[in-house]
Design a binder for this molecule. Structure first.
Ligand code: ADP
Length: 251
């Protein structure tokens, strides 16, 4: 039905909680390999949108397609994850007692039964992928370190690495740089720009400097407000939009 170049298609999505409309007709299209930032004040519906995409929340109406033909409204959370949608929540959740490498081995083995997965040998291809992931998420020199001893930013990278191990086509990232140092934030921006193209990224973020860095001169930024798209365009366009200014300054 849709263009081959579409990664995610959202049309007129509506969600109400006890009569309160959290999403009131939200429409959004992400291109394949796109890096899209979604911003908006508290309560705008950012989390609800991500919950709908992962199947955690069931929309009341609207269309929600992954790629050209997967109807997410008809799929379970497990089916959606298996189809290639990975989500990173704000707080890092890694196995603190295991090393960086062991955390990634578990993710590559794709087995929840921890002890069994740790005993299992990775294939040669998985070993190569492990090395690649360690470099990609800036943790090569920390491979043998216990994850609990990593900095906050490094834990976030490790969790992103664990998500990447599952080879998702679409990555949903919820405030990924909250609590990071400036240097960690800059390296995270670099990482995401590297991932775009191979993966489609939807990043919900409050840090405007970071959003500006991710979007660059041409990237699209979507502003949500009261469950709908208030504005969409390049960062400079969005920042100059009167309605956006009004919402952010609370006039
Ligand atoms: P954001 O992530 O942009 O801050 P949310 O998607 O969390 O916004 O919330 C949108 C609105 O929906 C908010 O007003 C919030 O209070 C409400 N909401 C979200 N989840 C629930 C829920 N499970 N029950 C009732 N209201 C909810």
């Amino acid at each position: 039905v849709f263009n081959q170049g579409v990664a995610l298609y959202v049309e007129d999505l509506r969600v109400a909680f006890d009569g309160f409309q959290a999403l009131g007709g939200l429409s959004l299209t992400l291109g394949l390999g796109e890096l899209r930032c979604v911003i908006g004040p508290n309560g705008a519906g950012k989390t609800t949108l991500m919950d709908c995409i992962t199947g955690k929340t069931r929309p009341d109406s609207g269309r929600l397609f992954f790629g050209s033909n997967l109807d997410l409204r008809r799929m379970s959370e497990t089916e959606i994850a298996r189809a290639g949608i990975g989500r990173k929540f704000q707080k890092p959740t890694v196995f603190e007692a295991l090393t960086v490498q062991q955390n990634l081995e578990l993710a590559l083995a794709g087995d929840r039964r921890v002890r069994q997965a740790l005993r299992a040998r990775l294939s040669a291809a998985q070993r190569d992928r492990l090395d690649e992931l360690l470099q990609e998420v800036h943790l090569w020199s920390e491979a043998d370190r216990v994850a609990g001893l990593l900095s906050h930013g490094q834990k976030q990278w490790l969790e992103i690495g664990m998500l990447l191990a599952q080879d998702p086509r679409l990555l949903l990232l919820d405030e990924p740089v909250a609590g990071m140092t400036d240097e960690e934030t800059a390296r995270t921006a670099e990482l995401f720009r590297c991932l775009a193209g191979r993966h489609t990224l939807l990043v919900v973020e409050h840090d405007m400097a970071f959003v500006g860095e991710l979007a660059g001169a041409d990237g699209q930024v979507t502003v949500l407000h009261e469950g709908r798209v208030l504005a969409e365009g390049r960062m400079d366009e969005v920042q100059a939009n009167e309605q956006v200014i009004e919402v952010y300054l609370g006039r």
